[in-house]
Design a protein around this ligand. Structure first.
Ligand code: ZN
Length: 107
């Protein structure tokens, strides 16, 4: 009897923890934590399969371009070499279509 009770207890606990995890996932991205100093840099394209690199997606493109129209360097964006290369071509394509500016503000 005692052992079965223990098992049931453990199951309940694990269920709860899994629910908590789901809640965490819903709440936000990696940036959800406070104190941006020690933020872990992971390639967004590698970590998130749904995050597709598309030069027609202006919002996404602009998140990888500075306000001056520069492509955000790898050491800041944290993307891996492969995806950074794909990103640069994508940004250049977007520029060609005038989705992203070469220079956003007149210098
Ligand atoms: Zn990657």
């Amino acid at each position: 009897m005692a052992t079965t009770n223990l098992r049931a207890d453990m199951r309940e606990k694990s269920d709860r923890s899994s629910r908590d995890d789901r809640g965490m996932d819903k709440d936000g991205d990696d940036r959800g934590r406070k104190g941006g100093f020690h933020r872990k840099k992971v390639c967004r394209f590698c970590s998130d399969q749904d995050f597709i690199l598309d030069y027609k997606d202006i919002r996404m493109m602009q998140s990888f371009v500075t306000e001056h129209g520069k492509i955000v360097p790898r050491r800041i964006s944290g993307s891996c070499a492969l995806h950074q290369r794909q990103l640069t071509t994508a940004v250049k394509r977007a520029r060609n279509l005038a989705l992203v500016g070469y220079v956003s503000m007149g210098v």
